[in-house]
Design a protein. Structure first.
Length: 216
């Protein structure tokens, strides 16, 4: 678990905090396989990811739940974004609200829009039909990784999921993350490769009865 200098918070994010969290996302996901594939330019990649996540964090849809990890100065060093039961797919308004930012992030990268659409179309049918929470984003500031922040955010969110008595669904495009999620009872449900030369995407499911949290 994180030390006493890190605390969890589930307040509604202000515009300033959304911008702050987006910068963290740009750093946290810069080394991911999909990020590298979508944005090969290493210099521009964090900024493009920042734009995308700022759009997502501003328009996550009604009922979305943010949980943040903060340091002693109240700076965001980790974040989980959950979509509760019955809130996915997002409303048409939420999807349209995200569109301008997404287009702004990819317009300089030839083929990026086609790639993004391909992955979106491939993942949409993977979402379970049974009641569940969707873990949309889980991230930790690279400077704070290895301190149990991701585990704390997972425990905090899954406690709410278990209290409702439903399952949990997530996607990751980084194979090294599979072992982390498996510690919380997730199993690999599907693997897809929407673009022939792109990275695989892994869909994972956790039944409410399977949780067995391992020590960090």
């Amino acid at each position: 678990m994180p030390g006493p200098d890190i605390r969890l918070d589930n307040r509604i994010l202000s515009r300033r905090e959304i911008a702050e969290a987006s910068v963290v996302a740009g750093r946290a996901f810069a080394d991911g396989p999909f990020s590298q594939f979508l944005f090969p330019d290493e210099q521009r990649r964090p900024h493009c990811l920042e734009i995308i996540h700022r759009t997502v964090f501003r328009h996550p849809g009604p009922g979305a739940i943010f949980q943040t990890a903060r340091d002693e100065q109240d700076r965001i060093v980790g974040l989980a974004l959950w979509i509760p039961t019955g809130r996915y797919p997002l409303s048409a308004w939420s999807q349209l609200s995200q569109l301008p930012g997404s287009l702004r992030a990819v317009y300089r990268r030839r083929g990026a829009l086609r790639i993004g659409v391909a992955y979106s179309r491939a993942t949409a049918p993977l979402h379970p039909k049974e009641p569940h929470w969707y873990l949309w984003v889980l991230m930790t500031d690279p400077d704070f990784q290895g301190r149990g922040i991701g585990t704390a955010l997972m425990d905090y969110g899954l406690a709410r999921v278990d209290a409702e008595g439903v399952g949990t669904y997530l996607e990751t495009n980084n194979e090294v993350n599979l072992a982390f999620y498996q510690r919380f009872g997730f199993i690999l449900r599907s693997t897809v490769q929407p673009v022939s030369d792109g990275p695989e995407l892994f869909a994972m499911w956790r039944d409410v009865t399977t949780r067995e949290v391992m020590p960090t």
